[in-house]
Design a protein around this ligand. Sequence first.
Ligand SMILES: Cc1ncc(COP(=O)(O)O)c(C=O)c1O
Length: 400
Amino acid sequence: MSVQQDMVAAGQAVLIENYGRLPMSAARGANAKLRDASGKEYIDFFPGFGACGVAGHCHPKIVEAIREQAAMLQAHGNLLFSAPQIDLAERITKHAFGGKVFFCHSGAEANEAALKLVRLAARGGERKADGPYKIISFVNCFHGRTMGALSLTPPSFQLGFEPMLPGNIQVPYGDLAAVEAAIDKDTAGVFIEPIQAEGGVNLPTVEFMQGLRKLCDEKNLLLVCDEVWCGPARTGKWFAYQHYGIEPDVMTLAKAIGGGLPVAACVAAPKWADILAPGTHGCTMGGAPVCAAAGAAAMKLIEDEDLVTRAETLGAEVLQTLRDAKLGCVSDLRGKGFLIGMALAEAVAVKDVMMACLEKGLIVCLAKNNVLRLAPPLTIETDVLHQGLDILIDVLKEKS
Ligand SMILES: Cc1ncc(COP(=O)(O)O)c(C=O)c1O
């Protein structure tokens, strides 16, 4: 057996098979390149499933920040303050809407914190047993796998794990009248991805997002933007809500905000910044110094290298290259910045395209509704980007 086959077999023997993993391993990475255990090199258009989205694998400045912090202090619990956490929170709030940050580890956990914040806010900040509790979310959304976040996520993910949190309802993405019709006296808030990523890279209109903000204001509902995929910088803005000229009450972040290490955040606008008072919520290792230092280093890279503009420029270049290729099997090409979705014709299975790309040394990912997803690191070299696109175009031409 090859080293690669050995590792796959060893993994299958001890790791719970909840992911339907590919028969592939990952051993080393640098920017947009990844090597498997046997040394085969890939171009990675989906590094760390979004977690290495800012600077790809092992950017020297992030590695250095991790190394330095690991030698200084690794964990302190959250009864104390520490510089890396403050640094990361300052960089997030500066580029968003001010306010304050709660740190945890995953997107689902950030949404759990947001759920509790929304319920408490809807009860005037008081810990009373009754009050608004229902949340409106959207068809084709994804907010995570823990029981609260799962309650906001489509029924196909919930099946077998019911009952969910009561009263939540999903309405079509972009349908303001449906949101309005779903609101009643028990509604506490609305959760929305400003661009749906797992759901197929779906973009709402500016009018819808502005209408949603206005509706939430009129009905006293909190608007939560789940930016786990979109932030920071990925879509050509620091955060994707900024495309629509609105501000949410709460924003959740994970994946790329940690620069490749586990960091997630629930960011509350100034008005709601003190709702999660002592004793209401917690996370022992949330924003642990080594992880926060990696996240702050990634944020600093975005600032120093203007990766917000780079995301916009490279994304436009990718869309143009793919359009120019006139691929018969692509029924729609869409995206914002460097988050790109290619809807494939029904006859072409996105999983087959993904596997054919893998065979030729390119990592891409699938999303719902037969959509192929590209989210290369914002620091990818342009020649590597085009080598990857050449592979993708070859594969899609074979399928057309
Ligand atoms: C928009 C969105 N929210 C939340 C999550 C859950 O994040 P995690 O897997 O870190 O819990 C995801 C995961 O892909 C996501 O795409």
